[in-house]
Every structure is written in structure tokens, then in C-alpha cells.
Design a protein around this ligand. Structure first.
Ligand code: SF4
Length: 504
């Protein structure tokens, strides 16, 4: 992932690391394993298929949001919109927003002020706010940001054509209804910012977990799983288009559950049997699409990940040996305050099972929050010692930022000073930097199957791709192209990258 320090990025044709809270990549006061503050914004690409109107979408935050923007682009393509990468060229500007941290929302508000300049020059320009910030603030957003014409929450995107018409008729338009059923299963996303090799496939929406620090259950609603047949059909279509990797996305993939009875009464009447499909079953179904289609997934929840999932991963070579398993804290009392549903011991037992079933090479990454309400120095030390025990390959690290409406905001005191939060954050970053480098050093001298994703960032003579364990490998091109699998002997490494050469 491109790193930046308080910079906004256009990440065209880059495949981001899958970060999370969970699956959430907040934009500013987050530091990566290298200790650099990171942020990510994706901008719609230029597509000129001769449609009469131009849509510009800027997407903030997490992979789910980027995936939703692809659904929005698909819905609006049918309404006569091509996408553009230039906001100035657009007839319609959407900001698909993130609410995970205060700064993510501030970024959007600053952006709206900038867009106001375009609107003054082009009065017919329609400006909409989508996603979590829209859901959290609802009609307040229209009052607070006069430039905004339209507000639509994550479950209201089918309604966008109607909302746009409403604005065209001179009214403001809002739909922040949260659905218990909507999964957009039948909508074929328009791939925005795609490298043509890797794609994201949403398998569920919402979250029922109510972690005390998290705003997601309030902005994305109740958990619901998507029809597995539509997921497999999307994976097949992607493979036929030349894609070679899909990442199955959900806030908590381990609680994926699709029941013929609950989810599709018509089909059960036809089949006459009830079949419940869990996440392990779904993984297996997608693994069968083709042995040349790699499968990743995010995000796993430590309280829900089962041995059945781990055994399914072990059984299929094309299911990548990498698990993003956010711990958040290494201390059981803090985990209880966070309402995470597991203890330090439970988490470490799950990690041991991963290592037993998938081997020590399986990549494991995490999210961690420092300075959560009432966290003591000893409890912070527990996070550091847990990191040593797990030996993470990568981590997204944050200091705690209270969000309005969450359980923690209502019941707990945000009583750790910013200085202490930041100092603790720096300590876990320093630890992770060492761990990441050590884990990469273990790969030197070994050969890995790498899926080529495109040229390396520094030179067209070099290519880059990923190992099954989700590490970036860079190597001389030798006539190979993106979308091909190659065997790469790792000869050296940095903390973030493996360097090597193609071997037979
Ligand atoms: S409530 Fe917990 S499990 Fe659900 S998205 Fe938030 S952090 Fe993840």
C-alpha cells in the first residue's frame, strides 16, 4: 500500500493491504508497521462509453466502502453515467464516506468545502454523501453542509436513481433506511480502480457484534449474508474475465451463514431440504471455481473462526494461507471492556490452532488499539507480550478515538491522555517493525508461488505480486506478465517487501 503522511492519495491500480477495524482503514491517525501515518482515498477512473453524464466517486475508508462504490457505479451506469477521475468534469459527485474516526469525517467536510468551489462554477452539479457518515448523521448532514443535495446510507443505493430525480426536481433527498435483507446480490459491480487480476467480492453486510469502540453496527446495520450461488457466479465471471484472485469481504466472515429456509423460501420449496451454508462451506464452493483462482478473505473474528475453516484452508492450495485476525488488545480485562467476546488465552489458543493446522508459515496480521478506556501500563505490556507470542507478519495500529453513539462513548471514560496513547502506539509500532522484518527474513532462501499483479512501483523492468501468505514480492520481469503465476526464490528482504528472482 502506498504510505503517506497526512496526504490524500489517488490509488489507481493499486491493491491496498486489507486493513481493518474490522475491514476498516481509517484515514489519518493510524500508523502502519513502518510507523507512518496512512490514509487512503480512491477515485473513480475515467470510463468513456459514450454515456451522456459523468459520475465522480471518491471513496474513503475500508474495502467494504470501495466495494460499495462499485455497486453504486453499476447502478448509475444503467442510468446513463460514465465515471470520471476529474471532479471538475462531473455532473454528479459522490463522496462515499467513513465514520470510524473523527478525522475521517473531518477530511470529508474539508473536501466538501473544496467541492463547493466547483458547484459555484457549475450550479447544476449534484453533490451526494454516501456511506457511514451519511448513515450516522442522516438529515443533520443536509443542515450542516449546505452544499450537499443527497444523503444515502449503505443500504439505500438501489434508491439512488429516485433520489437523483428528486434533487433534479429541486428538493433535497435522503434515504438512510437500514435493511435486514439488502445484500445487492444481483448487482454486478463495475470494477473501479482494478488491476485486472485481483477483485473484492462482498459476501455479507453489517455486523451484530457491538464491539464497544465501533460505530459499524450503527452505520451498516444488522448482519446478513449474501446468497452463496450469487457469490460463486460472481467469482466465476471474474475468472472468465481474467481475474486470478478474489477476496471475500465481510465485517465478520466467520459468522457467514446462509440458510435455504431463512434466506430463500422459494428454493427450499423446490429442493425440499434445508441446507445451511457456513463460511467453510462457502470457501470450498469458491475454491472449486478453478484451481487457478486464488481466494482470500477478510475479516476473521477470533471468537468465531473455526477449525473447520482452518481445515478447509489446508485442503485447498488455492485458498491463501493468510488470516487477518484482529486482536485489538492483549489483555483480557480490556478485551472485556471492548466487548470482543474472547480472552487473551482464547486468542492465543486460536493462533496455536492456525499454526498447527496451517503451519508456522501461515501469514497472520492484526489490528490493535492502544489507550482504550482505563488501560493501565501493565495491560499495555500485555499487548506487547502477545505480539511476541503471535509473531505477526503485519498489523494496523491505532490509538483509541471515541466515536459518538458507541457503547464505549456511552458507558466508559476516555481517560488516557493523548500523549500516553501516542507513546503506547509508538511502542507497538516499534515492536511490529521488528516482528515484520524477522518474519520476512524467515522467507529468504525459500521459493514461493507468486501471482503477478503488475509492474513494481519503482521500475517497469521489475514485477510485483503476492505470495499466498500475502507478502509482496518484487522480481525481474523476464517476459512475464500480470495475471501469471511464477515461482520466486526469495534472496533478500526489507521489513515490508520480499525481493527475489523467478525460478523454474
Ligand atoms: S463491531 Fe466489532 S466485529 Fe463488528 S465491525 Fe466493529 S470491530 Fe468489527
Amino acid at each position: 500500500m502506498t504510505r503517506c503522511h497526512f496526504l490524500r492519495l489517488k490509488t489507481l491500480n493499486l491493491r491496498p493491504q486489507i486493513g481493518n477495524m474490522e475491514n476498516l482503514i481509517p484515514d489519518l491517525d493510524v500508523l502502519d508497521a513502518a510507523g507512518v501515518e496512512q490514509c487512503e482515498v480512491k477515485v473513480s477512473p475515467d470510463v468513456n462509453s459514450g454515456q451522456s453524464r459523468k459520475l465522480y466517486i471518491e471513496s474513503y475508508g475500508c474495502q467494504m466502502n470501495f466495494s460499495d462504490s462499485e455497486i453504486v457505479a453499476s447502478i448509475l451506469a444503467k442510468e446513463g453515467y460514465d465515471t470520471t477521475s476529474e471532479a471538475e468534469q462531473a455532473d454528479l459527485i459522490f463522496l462515499n464516506t467513513c465514520s470510524i474516526r473523527e478525522k475521517a469525517e473531518q477530511t470529508v467536510r474539508h473536501r466538501l468545502k473544496h467541492i463547493n468551489g466547483f458547484k459555484k462554477r457549475k450550479p447544476g452539479l449534484l453533490v451526494g454523501v454516501l456511506g457511514c457518515m451519511a448513515e450516522r448523521l442522516k438529515t443533520n448532514l443536509l443542515e450542516e453542509e449546505k452544499i450537499v443535495d443527497l444523503v444515502a446510507g449503505p443500504d439505500a443505493y438501489r434508491d439512488l436513481p429516485k433520489l437523483i430525480n428528486q434533487v433534479d426536481d429541486g428538493q433535497k433527498a435522503v434515504n438512510t433506511f437500514l435493511s435486514r435483507e439488502e445484500t445487492y446480490a444481483d448487482i454486478s459491480p463495475v470494477r473501479l480502480n482494478s488491476n485486472g487480476v485481483t477483485a473484492f467480492v462482498s459476501i455479507m453486510r453489517g455486523c451484530d457484534n457491538m464491539c464497544s469502540f465501533c460505530v459499524v453496527p450503527f452505520t451498516r446495520g444488522r448482519e446478513r449474508s449474501r446468497d452463496p450461488h450469487s457469490i460463486v457466479a460472481e467469482a466465476k465471471a471474474l475468472f472468465e474475465q481474467g481475474f486470478r484472485e478474489v477476496t471475500l469481504l465481510g465485517q465478520n466472515v466467520d459468522s457467514y451463514k446462509w440458510s435455504e429456509v431463512e434466506n430463500n423460501k422459494a428454493r427450499i420449496e423446490k429442493l425440499g431440504v434445508e441446507k445451511i451454508i457456513n463460511f467453510a462451506n462457502l470457501l470450498e464452493m469458491v475454491a472449486h471455481v478453478s484451481p487457478d483462482l486464488r481466494i482470500r478473505f477478510s475479516t476473521s473474528h477470533p471468537k468465531d473462526i473455526t477449525d473447520e475453516v482452518l481445515h478447509t484452508m489446508a485442503k485447498y492450495e488455492n485458498i491463501c494461507k493468510y488470516i487477518h485476525l484482529p486482536v485489538q488488545s492483549g489483555n483480557s480485562r480490556v478485551l472485556e471492556l471492548m466487548n470482543r467476546g474472547y480472552t487473551r488465552e482464547w486468542y492465543l489458543e486460536r493462533v496455536n490452532r492456525i499454526k498447527e493446522i496451517l503451519g508456522d508459515e501461515c501469514g497472520i496480521s492484526s489490528d490493535m488499539i492502544t489507550g482504550f478506556c482505563s488501560e493501565t501500563e501493565e495491560e499495555h505490556q500485555d499487548t506487547l507480550t502477545l505480539m511476541d507470542k503471535v509473531q505477526y507478519d503485519f498489523a494496523y495500529m491505532f490509538y483509541y478515538s471515541e466515536r459518538p453513539g458507541t457503547l464505549a462513548a456511552k458507558k466508559l471514560k476516555d481517560d488516557i491522555s493523548l500523549d500516553v496513547k501516542k507513546r503506547r502506539l509508538q511502542e507497538i509500532i516499534d515492536k511490529q517493525r521488528i516482528l515484520s522484518h524477522n518474519r520476512n527474513k524467515l522467507d529468504v532462501g525459500k521459493v514461493f508461488k507468486v501471482l503477478i499483479e503488475g509492474p513494481s512501483k519503482k521500475s517497469d523492468h521489475y514485477l510485483q505480486g503476492r505470495t499466498s501468505t500475502n507478502k509482496v514480492a518484487v522480481f525481474e520481469a523476464l517476459g512475464k506478465n500480470k495475471g501469471e503465476y511464477v515461482n520466486v526464490l526469495i534472496t533478500e528482504c526489507t521489513g515490508g517487501t520480499l525481493l527475489g528472482k523467478i525460478v523454474a
